[in-house]
Design a protein around this ligand. Structure first.
Ligand SMILES: O=C(O)CCC(=O)C(=O)O
Ligand SMILES: [Fe+2]
Length: 271
């Protein structure tokens, strides 16, 4: 794993709100990730989020059009809770250290992992922000996105609007049918050139959850598979949104409570 970040990597991330790392995984690591994720998805029987009765393709109450959204990608969340191999991969302290360095945080917890598979002919992923969906509101929260297949302009690679994380707020649009919804909130970025993250399988990107990003349609007859993880800085507090929290835990929380439950949000790095 190419887990050493240079000073210029960190500066570039801070400036742009994303960072691409080519050849992040070795061939054998990539093979392990593919096996682990495939096994975990098979064991899920279509359940999207543990602790919530939502199946893949069902209306999740977040995204406005369930049928359209079900054809954006297959989204399976918290596979680390389902499969020991995924757990070992996701709880790797080296990933936590990278996230901490980029976020400028002393501690990193897993918010949630997610497999995002675009099937052949999948819809595009409209431009959006991530952090506003989550149950805490921290400007430095971020995600890693690891390509399990080559991510190309043809099959739906990610795109980022550089520098947008510096100006966006927690106002967001759901991942809906209109690609451009988010630009009605942030018109200052509507004319800025996006960067396509065309990366080989085993390469990755990190992005700040407040960086405007999206992905293209899959115009090919093959899959575009990615494994991702969202990271929460230590000390984050509950903002009242359920997002991926299991019902019983969600019901037990009051706005302002520390999100420090090690079962739900394992601490994977501490400086
Ligand atoms: O893979 C995609 O199509 C979208 C990914 C995304 O929005 C994310 O990882 O935050
Ligand atoms: Fe996203």
């Amino acid at each position: 794993m190419k887990n050493k970040l240079t000073e210029s990597d960190v500066l570039s991330y801070q400036q742009n709100g994303f960072l691409i790392i080519e050849d992040f995984l070795s061939d054998s690591e990539l093979a392990d990730w593919r096996v682990a994720v495939t096994e975990a998805i098979a064991a899920r029987n279509g359940i999207k989020i543990p602790g919530q009765n939502i199946l893949v393709g069902m209306d999740d109450g977040i995204n406005e059009d369930a049928e359209y959204f079900s054809k954006v990608f297959d989204q399976l969340i918290n596979l680390w809770q389902t499969n020991e191999k995924v757990k070992k991969i996701m709880l790797d302290e080296r990933l936590g250290a990278m996230a901490a360095t980029l976020a400028g945080a002393d501690e990193i917890r897993i918010w949630h992992d997610q497999a995002l598979f675009k099937k052949p002919w999948a819809n595009p992923t409209s431009w959006h922000l991530d952090t506003p969906f989550w149950s805490f509101s921290e400007r430095n929260a971020l995600s890693i996105w690891v390509a399990l297949d080559d991510a190309t302009a043809e099959n739906g690679c990610l795109y980022f609007i550089p520098g947008s994380h510096k100006e966006t707020t927690f106002e967001n649009k759901g991942i809906g049918k209109n690609m451009d919804g988010v630009f009605s909130i942030y018109p200052q970025f509507a004319h800025q050139k996006p960067v396509a993250s065309k990366i080989k399988a085993g390469s990755c990107s990190f992005h700040n959850g407040l960086t405007i990003h999206g992905a293209g349609a899959n115009m090919t007859n093959g899959y575009r598979r990615a494994m991702t993880c969202a990271y929460m800085p230590g000390g984050s507090r509950f903002n009242g949104q359920q997002n991926v929290l299991p019902e019983a835990y969600f019901q037990s929380l009051k706005v302002g409570d520390l999100l420090n439950n090690d079962e739900q949000n394992p601490l994977i790095y501490k400086r």
